[in-house]
Design a binder for this molecule. Sequence first.
Ligand code: 5AD
Ligand code: SF4
Length: 467
Amino acid sequence: MATFRDGLSDLTRTGSEAPFAPGSGPEVYIETYGCQMNVYDSQVIEGLLKRGGFRLGDNDLGADIILLNTCSVRDLAEHKVISRVGDLRHRRLKADLPQPVIGICGCMAERLGKKLRKGPRRVDLVVGVDSYDTLPDILHELTSARGVVVPETLRTRTGFSNDALYVAPPALYPTNNSHLVTIHKGCDYKCTYCIVPYTRGPQSEKDPDSILAEIRGIVAGGGREITLLGQNVTAYRWTDDLDFAGLLERVVEVEGLERIRFLTGHPRDMHPHLMDTIGRLEKICPWLHLPVQSGSDRILRRMKRLYTSGEYLDMVEYARRAIPDVTFSADIIVGFPGETESDFQDTLEVVRRVKYDQLFSFKYSERPGVPAARLADDIPVEEKKRRLAELMKVQEDTWAGEAAGQVGEIWTVVAEGKARRPAGSWRLRTPNNRKVVLHDASLEIGQQVKVRITGSTNTTFVGELLA
Ligand code: 5AD
Ligand code: SF4
């Protein structure tokens, strides 16, 4: 495994001077919740703090500062974080250790702002998605000026700015062996259930030259695979002449880069030209994560998804023709306001037809202030649970049939690391995002091998190495 650069790339807009000499500052521990955007942002925060002289720790009890990088997409995600704050405080009390500085970053910081500074589980600071460059200074104030009152205005930093597009140093152990590269922030779609346009602000693009420089930096450090990230990567548009397909054309030119994935696309932006481009460019992995959310046209209209289930299925058919070996995954919400049994059955039908490799399914959770919050959240929680369970069962059955049909196939796979169980086994991944486990293999991370598929459990395949 190659080693990666440790420092922050020169591409990131910087704040002021480093408050501490390298490695001499307080220890920071970061916990990340939510989506890959947050995983990337935590890397950004780590980079900024490291450059500020802070030390990075790997556990809550040893840290002087704990940052929770949070998600607001569902009520439950937010509750988890609030109770985690209580838990972190309690652990210190029990261990008879001084209280850490606790900060909330990410989507909850943007959504709840100053409210997080009140009540029994209040935190010491709140920093939203476009204000991470303020972290070194405020954390310096909060840790070294103990006893001095830090003004309230410095403790809550939220609000959007178009040029706050941060660059993370490449990760040492990237997710799935894939280095994340955020290409834009925010979201201009207004799906009626979704909090993201309010927590991440309007869409704003990273410029293509910065994206390419970031990727070249990753490759120079030994990285071979990247995942282009954004709330709606397929809506990327730098100029009228450079859309997402155009960006892909430029990214594949980076020498030494072997695989390019992207997350998340919007079905409405998957136009034929983009699918043809993905199919034509070998380095682009043939895996489309395209959240369908519902299979009912009535519900899709209420969600403002801007496509019908028929259009979605046509797009899937086109993709199958245009992109060799393409696989699909998706997100689905059950129990959206007014969803009838018949609407739900339409969703199941789409799942059966598309045959997704993987589904991420959620019970509808009302988010305050979003357009759907004006509709009555009228599906009882027990019914939402029932629909979720039925959806998962249909997915499992559909997938089991698909998976069984793959036995005997020969796939090219890339080694990602040792598997936890059984001893001596390895985790690998196909370009189209299928997970494969090999028993008793001796491989290196990043090594590409050919395997014959012998079986599967859930979404993981078992294979044997071909000589
Ligand atoms: N309730 C439930 N699920 C939601 N998602 C987004 N907003 C909500 C909500 N209010 C799901 C969508 C999205 C995924 C990231 O989270 O399926 O694609
Ligand atoms: Fe959660 Fe959405 Fe924020 Fe990601 S962007 S952390 S999914 S609310």
